[in-house]
Each structure stands twice: as C-alpha cells, then as structure tokens.
Design a protein around this ligand. Structure first.
Ligand code: KG4
Ligand code: ZN
Length: 335
C-alpha cells in the first residue's frame, strides 16, 4: 500500500508542509514564506522567524492536507527537519510533528535538512542508481558529498568560510541589490556581461575538494569601492555568478571523474541558479556524466524534500522517538 508521508520544514524562514506518496508523488507542497518580513532587516531575524512559524504551522499543515485531498487518517508517517538551522525555528516544527505523530499514533522520523535537500533529487528521479556525487549549495552550507546508498553519505569537501548562498547574499548587499541575494543577483545579471570586470576563482591548494568564497566577497567590496568603473553593477553580478559557478562545477566534476562516479546531483537554494544549472549541465554532458537537477522550487526550502527523505528512512526501518529534539548544528551523518 502507498505510504503517504507528511513532511514538515521550519529550519529557517519558510514554514512548509507537504504530503508525498511513496517518496515520489507530490500530493501537496505548501510554503509560507517570511521573506517579506525579514527583507527590511536585510536577513533572517531568528526571533521573528520562530514567532512566524508558531503562527503559520497549523494553517500550513491543514492546507497541505486539504490540497492533497487527504485527512489525518490517510497519513502513514510524519517526517520533520530536526537540524541544522535556527534552534527556535526548528523547535516549532519538531514540537508540532511530535504532537501530531503522538496524537495520531503515527511513526515519526527526524530528517537532516541537508539530507532533505539531497532527496529533492530522488523525488524527481526515484530510480536513480548509486553512487552519486551530490553538491549541496544552500544559505548555510556548501558540501560535496558522495552518496553511496540511501542514507549512506561521505562528506568529501566543504566550504572553509562562507557558504555559496551566503556569498550571494553578502555580495548582493554590497552591490545594493535586494535580499535574498541569489535571486536578485540572477535578475540583475540578465542585463550584464561577465568578464567586463574579473573576479577571482578560489580553488585552494592543488587537489583540494574544499571551497572558499570569502575572497570573492572581498573582491566585490573592493570593486564597489572603485570610482573609475568601466563596468555596471549588472556586469559585476554576471561575473559573480560565473565565478561561483565555475569553481562549484569544476570541483564537482573532478570528484565524479576521479572516483569514476557516473552521476551528479545538485541540491539547495543556490542550485536554483540558472547559470550554475547551465554550466553544470554542459560540463556533465561533455564528461558523459548523468546530471539530475530538481526544478528550482524543489531546490529552495520546501517540505516535499523532507517527506521524501523521511520516506526512505521509514523504508529502512528508521524511526525517531518522542525524545527527538531540534539540533541547530546537526551534522550530516551517514549510516
Ligand atoms: O536552501 P535554501 O533555500 O535555504 C537554506 O537551507 O539555507 O538556500 C537559501 C540560499 C540563499 O542564500 C539564497 O540567496 C540562495 O539560496 N538562492 C539562490 C537562488 N535562489 C536562492 N542563489 C543563487 N541563485 C538563485 N536563483
Ligand atoms: Zn535549505
């Protein structure tokens, strides 16, 4: 019989709930974004985020079940993001999920947010074979992961300073573009030409699989301080996207080639970026590697990815008990 999992996600500034059948069919995917509230502060204010989650969680879950055309009786399990993220924000989702699961006698499972992001790929391609090289690029993380099986991960590389999404957000602020920075840089870049100004690409030491984006951010600050500009902010935005994408694509491809892994997947909010998607897809095609890319709305935070990750945990017999807690710095631990 079909297993309908209710997914819940409150790790940052989106209150999200989704119903996904058998980890592959999205019956509903509801997202209540707080971006408009946080925009005037130029970033997410944790205290406000928690309060907004408290207000939104029940209506969002009810709407997810309504849109899916199911009642609580049809739900077979509850999956919730338990970390990493903002402690107070995570706690709202975890507390709600525990109460819902307990009152309905349903199995509960905690999902790592980054694992959730990766599982957006299995949502769109359920029969994807292993191993897979997965690049996770979000607001807080830039991780290069070798996925050997469901829930079996090896963290191969990570950022040593800023995350890719954080670099987009900081650069956008310096360029006077709006929050969040990823979408605003992408929009501004449409009127620009990369290469009008040259930004650095940081590859770190020979053979390193780690990333560093703080130098790029500093270069943007210096560029904006110049009075003798022969380029526009749109040109700078275009160059910035190329600089980030080039390093991400190069390191992801070299891991796949060096390990002989024939599949690449990308995940997280920055994976919604059109330049990164295009460059990755061209490079993968040239190397004869299959690339899976979730649609942009499944790259940014959502609960369908959490429901799918939860489905595979349930399938593996994993459950969380009512001791499940929100863990702000939860590491991505493979089985
Ligand atoms: O995965 P996500 O929605 O939340 C976290 O887990 O952090 O990622 C948010 C990040 C933000 O830094 C945002 O600027 C970036 O993803 N982002 C983008 C795009 N859309 C969102 N970055 C580049 N291009 C985009 N189109
Ligand atoms: Zn995320």
């Amino acid at each position: 019989m079909e297993l309908k999992v209710l997914g819940i996600e409150t790790s940052c500034d989106e209150t999200a709930a989704a119903v996904v059948a058998d980890g592959r069919s999205i019956m509903s995917n509801v997202i209540s974004s707080q971006i408009d509230v946080h925009r005037k502060y130029g970033g997410v204010v944790p205290e406000i985020a928690s309060r907004k989650h408290v207000e939104s969680i029940l209506p969002v879950v009810v709407e997810a079940m309504d849109r899916a055309g199911v009642s609580a009786d049809d739900i077979g399990g509850v999956a919730v993001t338990s970390g990493p993220g903002l402690a107070g924000a995570l706690l709202v989702g975890v507390s709600f999920a525990k109460a819902f699961a307990f009152s309905r006698g349903l199995p509960l499972v905690g999902v790592n947010h980054l694992e959730g992001h990766m599982y957006a790929n299995w949502l769109v391609e359920p029969d994807m074979s292993f191993p897979v090289v997965c690049l996770i690029v979000s607001g807080g993380h830039t991780d290069l992961v070798l996925v050997k099986g469901h829930g079996v991960f090896q963290l191969v590389g990570r950022t040593r300073d800023d995350a890719a999404g954080e670099a987009f957000d900081k650069a956008a602020r310096v360029m006077g573009l709006g929050y969040p920075g990823g979408p605003s840089i992408q929009a501004a870049a449409e009127a620009g030409v990369a290469g009008m100004i040259r930004l650095p690409r940081s590859y770190l030491e020979e053979g390193s699989r780690d990333f560093s984006f703080s130098g790029l951010k500093t270069a943007v600050v210096h560029a904006m301080e110049r009075s003798d500009r022969e380029w526009s902010v749109a040109d700078l935005a275009a160059e910035f996207q190329e600089a980030v994408a080039e390093v991400l694509v190069s390191k992801t491809l070299s891991l796949a080639v060096d390990t002989g892994v024939g599949r690449i997947a990308i995940a997280g909010g920055v994976a919604a970026n059109a330049v990164l998607r295009n460059r990755m897809s061209a490079a993968a095609a040239a190397a004869g590697i299959r690339l899976t890319v979730p649609p942009p709305e499944l790259c940014t935070d959502n609960a369908a990815m959490v429901a799918t990750a939860g489905y595979y945990k349930f399938a593996a017999g994993l459950r969380s008990d009512l001791e499940l807690n929100a863990t702000a710095d939860l590491p991505l631990a493979g089985r």
